[in-house]
Design a protein around this ligand. Structure first.
Ligand code: ADP
Length: 398
C-alpha cells in the first residue's frame, strides 16, 4: 500500500508518499511561504537530488496540484500515475468533540470538519482545500483524517476546563482541546526510545515550535496539559498569533477601535505574535536577521517568545512533578540554535546545560544537552507524516 500524506499548515504544505510495506518514503517535499512572495516547492524523490519548482503558490489548492504533478513527473516523479496511490492521509487540525480518533473521510466527516473551521481559521480551511483537491484529481481513492486534537483527549478536567460559567461548556463545548497532538505523540515516543526508558514511565516536555507553536506535558505516555486551548490561538507567542492575553484587552480594543468580532479575530490570529511586535515578518528567519542587524523590536519579539516558552517549561515541570527530557521540534525548534539556547539559558535552575557544538548541528534526532545536564534536552525532527500514514493504513486494513 502506498499512502500520500498531506500536512497543510498555515503557510506551508508538507507531503510524503510512503510505501507502507517498508514504511520507506518514496518522495517527500515542502511547499513554503504559501501566499507570500518567494513561495516554492521543494520535491525530493528518494535517492535523487531535490528539485525546486518556484512557481508562485497563491493558495493551498495550487500547492496540492503542484505536488501531484511532481509525484507523476516523467523525470522527477516516483509513480507512473495517480492509480498507484492507494490512500491519502490528511493532517486535520481541529476535530472539536466530534473526533477522538482518526477516521475515513466521507461527506459527514467533511461537514464536521467544516463546522470546526471557525475554531481553527488558519488551518481547517487549508485542510479542507487539500481534501477537496484530492477528491477532484483522484476520485474514489480513500482519504483519512488524522486530528491534532486527538492525543490531548487524555487531559484531565483540571487542565481543560476554563473558569467560565459552566453552562458555556455544556452549551458550546467551550473547553481546552490542544493541537499538534500527532507531533507531540511522535516526539514523546521517540525520546523515550532515545532515553532507553518505557514510554509509560517518562515525563517529557515537548516543544513544537513552528509558525504555530505549542508545548505539551507528556506524563507516562499521555498528554496531561498543553498550551493551545479551545483554538490554536491560546498559549505561546506565535508567528502571527497573540497567544495568551488578558481577555479584557479584547473588549477594550473593540470599543476603542470600533472593531467587529471578525476584525478582532483577524488581529489576534493574523496580525499579532512576533509579526505584531516586530513589524518585520511572521517568519523567524527574517526576524533573526533583522535582530542581528540591530532592529530592537525584532530583538524584543524574539525575547518575548523565548521567555514565554521557558515559563511554560517550568510550569509543566511543576505539573508533572519533574521532567526527564525536554524536546524541541518543528521548523523553529529543529532549526534555530539561537532560539533553543535562549530558552535553555532560563533553565539553569533545573540543571539544564546545553552542549553548544551539538546545539549547532541540524537535520537529525540528537541530544543537545551536555553530559552533566540534569535534564536531558533533545532536538527531534517531527514525523507527523509517518504517524498519519500508519493510522491511514490501520483504518483501511480494518
Ligand atoms: P507551520 O507548519 O506552522 O507553518 P513550521 O513547522 O513549518 O510551521 O515552521 C515554520 C517556522 O520555522 C517559520 O517561522 C520559519 O521561520 C521557522 N524556521 C525554519 N527554518 C528556520 C531557521 N533555519 N532558522 C530560524 N527559523 C526557522
Amino acid at each position: 500500500m502506498k499512502v500520500l500524506v498531506l500536512n497543510c499548515g498555515s503557510s506551508s504544505l508538507k507531503y510524503q508518499l510512503i510505501d507502507m510495506e517498508t514504511e520507506g518514503v518514496l518522495a517527500k517535499g515542502l511547499c513554503e511561504r504559501i501566499g507570500i512572495e518567494g513561495s516554492r516547492l521543494k520535491h525530493q524523490p528518494a535517492g535523487k537530488d531535490a528539485v525546486i519548482f518556484d512557481d508562485y503558490q497563491e493558495d493551498h489548492s495550487v500547492s496540492v496540484k503542484m505536488v501531484l504533478d511532481a509525484l507523476t513527473h516523467p523525470e522527477y516523479g516516483v509513480v507512473k500515475s495517480m492509480k498507484e496511490i492507494n490512500a491519502v492521509g490528511h493532517r486535520v487540525v481541529h476535530g472539536g468533540e466530534y473526533f477522538a480518533n482518526s477516521v475515513i473521510i466521507n461527506q459527514e466527516v467533511i461537514e464536521a470538519i467544516e463546522k470546526c473551521c471557525e475554531l481553527a481559521p488558519l488551518h481547517n480551511p487549508a485542510n479542507l482545500i487539500g481534501i477537496a483537491a484530492c477528491d477532484k484529481i483522484m476520485p474514489g481513492v480513500p482519504q483519512v483524517a488524522v486530528f491534532d486534537t486527538a492525543f490531548h483527549q487524555t487531559m484531565p478536567e483540571r487542565a481543560y476546563m476554563y473558569a467560565l460559567p459552566y453552562e458555556y461548556y455544556e452549551k458550546y463545548k467551550i473547553r481546552r482541546y490542544g493541537f499538534h497532538g500527532t507531533s507531540h505523540r511522535f516526539v514523546s515516543e521517540e525520546v523515550a526510545k532515545m532515553l532507553g526508558r518505557p514510554y509509560e514511565e517518562t515525563k517529557t516536555v515537548t516543544c513544537h515550535l513552528g509558525n504555530g507553536g505549542s508545548i505539551c506535558a507528556v506524563r507516562n505516555g499521555k498528554s496531561i496539559d498543553t498550551t493551545m486551548g479551545f483554538t490554536p490561538l491560546e498559549g505561546l507567542v506565535m508567528g502571527t498569533r497573540a497567544g495568551d492575553i488578558d481577555a479584557a484587552v479584547i473588549t477594550y480594543l473593540m470599543e476603542k477601535e470600533n472593531l467587529t468580532a471578525a476584525e478582532m479575530d483577524n488581529i489576534l490570529n493574523k496580525q499579532s505574535g512576533v509579526l505584531g511586535i516586530s513589524g518585520v515578518s511572521s517568519d523567524f528567519r527574517d526576524i533573526e536577521e533583522a535582530s542581528e542587524a540591530g532592529n530592537a523590536r525584532a530583538g524584543m519579539a524574539l525575547d518575548v517568545f523565548a521567555y514565554k516558552v521557558a515559563k511554560r517549561i517550568g510550569a509543566y515541570t511543576a505539573a508533572m512533578n519533574g521532567v526527564d527530557a525536554i524536546v524541541f521540534t518543528a521548523g523553529l525548534g529543529e532549526n534555530s540554535a539561537s532560539t533553543r539556547k535562549e530558552i535553555c539559558d532560563y533553565l539553569g535552575y533545573l540543571g539544564v546545560h546545553i552542549d553548544s557544538y551539538n546545539n549547532s548541528l541540524r537535520g537529525k534526532a540528537m541530544e543537545i544537552s551536555a553530559p552533566d545536564s540534569r535534564v536531558r534536552v533533545f532536538v527531534i525532527p517531527t514525523n507527523e507524516e509517518l504517524v498519519i500514514a500508519r493510522d491511514t493504513k490501520e483504518l483501511l486494513d480494518k
